[in-house]
Design a protein around this ligand. Structure first.
Ligand code: KIV
Length: 281
């Protein structure tokens, strides 16, 4: 087993100009595979609502569902730092509730840190959760939980004013004590400016290559979820057709009785079979 990645390792990576690798996982086998691939951070994202539960967005994901999936991932993933996503409305109504829910993700789920969406407006919440002893990762730019208010799943920071306010968000999160920030769907030059504006690692998803690390939704990058593929996703594999082919081959084998073959079947001594047949006649 490798070494457990810590927050300090993630912060040090930026100082050492070493890229941070982050992917999502929602269950035990993907947690195991992420560790085996040597990624630094595994995010149990609320994208689970879309790529695992078949919802239209992330808003419907509950605390119970997040805890259930974080538990499964943390059983498989022993090396990577595990981030638990705070679902919509688990941190938005009061700071007290935010601390309590962040604590549940950590205590009941088993994640190492929590992530929440929002910048300047949520800096006091981030600060309070950190004061309670729970490390926080920020998420700015396109924030899927409030995508409808942002005009849909669209690139953010188009004009200078909007871009400046995302930089302000990053600075506010750094001041509040966040150990790193996800920046989603912004122009590549803005991604670079954000990474330069703060000393904590900035991990991009659709924010260009000049940030401190990259995160992708695993189901997007391995071609397991292809309802829509965002522009910023590179597909490294096409798992879905492989699985469908396997299911079709199984169906065919069952119909033709080619499965199960003798190597998949248990045998019985001839004598026992004879005796059994006599007993049931
Ligand atoms: O929920 C998620 O998967 C995320 C990523 C898009 C960063 O927040």
């Amino acid at each position: 087993m490798g070494k457990k990645i810590t927050i300090q390792d993630i912060k040090q990576a930026k100082k050492d100009h070493k890229k941070i690798i982050m992917v999502t996982a929602y269950d035990y086998p993907f947690g195991l595979m992420a560790d085996e691939a040597g990624v630094d951070i595994v995010l149990v994202g609320d994208s689970l609502g879309m790529v695992v539960m078949g919802l239209e967005g992330t808003v419907g994901v509950t605390m119970e569902q997040m805890i259930h999936h974080i538990k499964a991932v943390s059983r498989g993933c022993k090396n990577a730092l595990i981030v638990g996503d705070m679902p919509f409305m688990s941190y938005n109504t009061s700071i007290r509730e935010a601390i309590s829910n962040a604590g549940r993700l950590m205590k009941e789920g088993g994640c190492d840190v929590v992530k929440l969406e929002g910048g300047v407006d949520f800096a006091p919440t981030v600060e309070a959760i950190i004061k309670a002893g729970i490390p926080v990762q920020g998420h700015i730019g396109l924030t899927p939980q409030t995508a409808s208010a942002l005009g849909g799943f669209k690139m953010q920071g188009k004009d200078a004013t909007a871009a400046k306010s995302i930089i302000d968000d990053a600075k506010a999160l750094e001041k509040a004590g966040a150990f790193s920030i996800i920046v989603e769907a912004v122009p590549a030059p803005l991604g670079e400016l954000i990474a330069k504006a703060v000393t904590i690692p900035v991990i991009g998803i659709g924010a260009g290559s000049r940030v401190d690390g990259q995160v992708l939704v695993t189901h997007d990058m391995v071609g397991l979820f292809d309802k829509f593929v965002p522009k910023f996703v590179k597909q490294y594999a096409q798992i879905r057709p492989t699985i469908i082919d396997a299911l079709k081959a199984f169906k065919e084998d069952v119909i033709t009785e080619s499965f199960p073959a003798s190597e998949h079947s248990f045998t019985m001594p001839d004598k026992t079979l004879e005796e059994l047949k006599k007993n049931i006649e």
